[in-house]
Design a protein around this ligand. Structure first.
Ligand code: 9WN
Length: 443
C-alpha cells in the first residue's frame, strides 16, 4: 500500500471511529452493537492512542465505569437508553449481585483482558507526546487494572495453578469458535430458554451463530444468573469451563504491559510478574501437545483437550509464552497452506482451513478478523519475525481498503461480512499502518 492509500485509509478509519463515538465511549458498530464492549473498547483505545491520546484515555475510563467490586471488568457496559440488543440489562439482572456497580447496568461476565495492554499503549503515546496527564492516568489505571487481574486469580483459577477458566462462550470473545461448540455440545440444557434474537435484524443468519448456539449462550447466562452472579458458587457446578489458551495468553501479555506501566511510575509489580510466570508455566505444562505440535485449550468439565485447530494457539506468541522450538512449530502451522495460510488469500483464518468445522462465511468458524490478526502480528514481532509480521500486516490492511470496515472477512476472497463501519477494524487498521511506518523509520 502506498503512502497516499495509507493516509486515506487512516482518514476513513478515523471517520468510522467518530461516527461510532457516543461522547465518552465508542460503540462497536451502528445497529448491531449499540453498547460498550470490553475488549472492543481496549482495541479502540489502542487505535485512538495514535490519533487522539486524550480521547483514548477517556475510552478506558468510561469502560471502567462498569468495573465490579470484585475487580471484574464486564463484557458489556450498557447504554440504558438503547433497547436494540439482546440480551439487554433486564435479562442479565446483575443487580442481584452486591458486587455489580449501581451507577450503570452491565452484563455479568467478562471478556479477554486486553485492558492492561491498552493502558500501556495510551500511557506510552501520551508520554511520548509530552502530555502532562500521563502519569496521573497511569496511577489511576494501574490500580484498577491490577484489581481486574486479581479477580482472575481470586475467582477464576479453580486449580490454583494460574490457568484462568472461561465460563461462557461470550467471555472468550470468539463466541462460536469450535472449542466452545465442542465443550458446549457436552452441556445438558435442562430446558430450552425462551428469547428473541435481535442480531438477525442486522446480519444474515448464515454469517452468525446458529439458534442452537444461542440456546446454549442464553441457557448458561440464566444458570449463572440463578447463582446471583456469585463466581464461587457458580464455578462449583458450572457446566462449561474452558482453560482457554488465547484468553490466558492475552492475560500474560497484559500482565507484562501493566508491569511496564507500573515500573514507569515506581509501583511494586512483583505480583504481576509472579502471576505471569505462573500462568505462562501452566500453559506450557498443561496445554502443549508435543505430538500435535500445538497448544490446545482444555475442557475442565470433561477433563479433555479441545483439539480444534483455531488461531487460539498463536496467543502463546502474543503472550510471550512459547519457547523457541515451540515457536518454530507454531510458525510452521501458521505457514501451512492447508491450515492457516490460504494461497493467494487473506490469513489468518480464525479456524483452520482443514478443520471439519471450517466455514469461511460464518463468524468465528473461519473468517479473518482484524483483531485476531493484530494479536498474531504483535506475536510475530516479539519473536523476531519482522518479515512475516510485515507480510501479514500488508494483507490485513488490504482487507478494509478493498472491502470496507467490515466485521470479518472471507480468508480466500476477502469478501466482508457481518456489520459494516466496525470500530475495531478501523482502530486497529490505524494502529497497524502507523506501527509499520515506525518500523520502517527505525530500519
Ligand atoms: C457478544 C462486539 C462483540 C465482540 C465479540 C464478538 C461479538 C457479541 C455478539 O461482538 O459478540 O459479546 O452479540 O455476537 O464475538 O468478540 O466483542 O463487537
Amino acid at each position: 500500500m502506498n503512502e497516499s492509500d495509507s493516509r486515506s485509509l487512516v482518514e476513513e478509519a478515523s471517520r468510522v471511529l467518530r461516527e461510532n463515538d457516543l461522547g465518552g465511549w465508542t460503540k462497536p458498530a451502528p445497529g448491531l452493537y449499540p453498547h460498550q464492549w470490553n475488549w472492543d473498547s481496549c482495541f479502540i483505545a489502542i487505535g485512538l492512542a495514535r490519533i487522539d491520546p486524550e480521547r483514548a484515555a477517556t475510552e478506558l475510563r468510561s469502560l471502567l465505569r462498569g468495573q465490579w467490586r470484585n475487580g471484574m471488568v464486564p463484557q458489556i457496559v450498557f447504554d440504558p437508553k438503547e433497547k436494540g440488543y439482546f440480551p439487554g440489562p433486564e435479562v442479565w439482572q446483575c443487580e442481584r449481585s452486591p458486587d455489580a456497580p449501581t451507577s450503570v447496568p452491565t452484563s455479568g461476565i467478562t471478556q479477554p483482558p486486553v485492558l492492561g495492554t491498552a493502558v500501556r499503549a495510551v500511557f506510552d503515546r501520551a508520554t511520548a507526546a509530552g502530555l502532562r496527564w500521563a502519569p496521573e492516568f497511569a496511577e489511576e489505571m494501574f490500580d484498577r487494572t491490577l484489581a481486574y487481574h486479581r479477580f482472575f486469580y481470586d475467582e477464576r483459577c479453580p486449580d490454583d495453578d494460574g490457568l484462568v477458566v472461561v465460563v461462557h462462550p461470550w467471555e472468550s470473545g470468539l463466541d462460536n469458535s469450535p472449542p466452545y461448540l465442542d465443550a458446549g455440545s457436552r452441556v445438558h440444557l435442562a430446558y430450552t430458554p425462551k428469547y428473541e434474537r435481535l442480531d438477525l435484524l442486522h446480519v444474515s443468519a448464515k454469517n452468525r451463530p446458529t439458534n442452537k448456539d444461542y440456546d446454549l449462550f442464553v441457557y448458561l447466562l440464566e444458570l449463572m444468573r440463578d447463582d446471583d452472579w456469585n463466581q464461587k458458587r457458580y464455578l462449583a457446578h458450572a457446566p462449561l469451563q474452558v482453560q482457554d489458551v488465547l484468553f490466558n495468553g492475552i492475560l500474560c501479555r497484559a500482565h507484562r504491559d501493566l508491569e511496564a506501566v507500573g515500573a514507569a511510575i515506581g509501583r511494586d509489580t512483583r505480583e504481576l510478574r509472579d502471576w505471569r510466570r505462573q500462568t505462562s508455566e501452566s500453559i506450557n505444562r498443561r496445554l502443549w501437545n508435543d505430538e500435535d505440535g500445538t497448544y490446545w485449550s482444555w475442557d475442565r468439565v470433561a477433563g479433555t483437550a479441545l483439539r480444534d485447530d483455531t488461531l487460539a494457539t498463536f496467543g502463546t506468541l502474543y503472550g510471550g509464552i512459547a519457547d523457541t522450538p515451540r515457536c518454530e512449530r507454531l510458525l510452521r502451522r501458521l505457514d501451512d497452506p492447508t491450515r492457516f495460510a490460504p494461497e493467494d488469500g487473506y490469513p489468518v483464518p480464525t479456524t483452520a482451513l482443514n478443520s471439519p468445522r471450517y466455514n469461511p462465511e460464518n463468524y468465528w468458524l473461519g473468517p479473518t478478523w482484524i483483531a485476531t490478526n493484530w494479536l498474531v502480528i504483535q506475536g510475530l514481532r516479539q519473536y523476531g519475525q519482522p518479515d512475516r509480521a510485515a507480510r501479514l500486516l500488508h494483507s490485513t490492511v488490504e482487507l478494509p481498503k478493498r472491502h470496507g470496515f467490515r466485521e470479518y472477512f472471507n480468508p480466500r476472497s476477502g469478501e466482508g461480512y457481518g456489520t459494516d463501519r466496525f470500530s475495531w477494524t478501523a482502530a486497529l487498521s490505524i494502529d497497524l499502518i502507523q506501527s509499520q511506518d515506525e518500523v520502517r523509520q527505525a530500519t
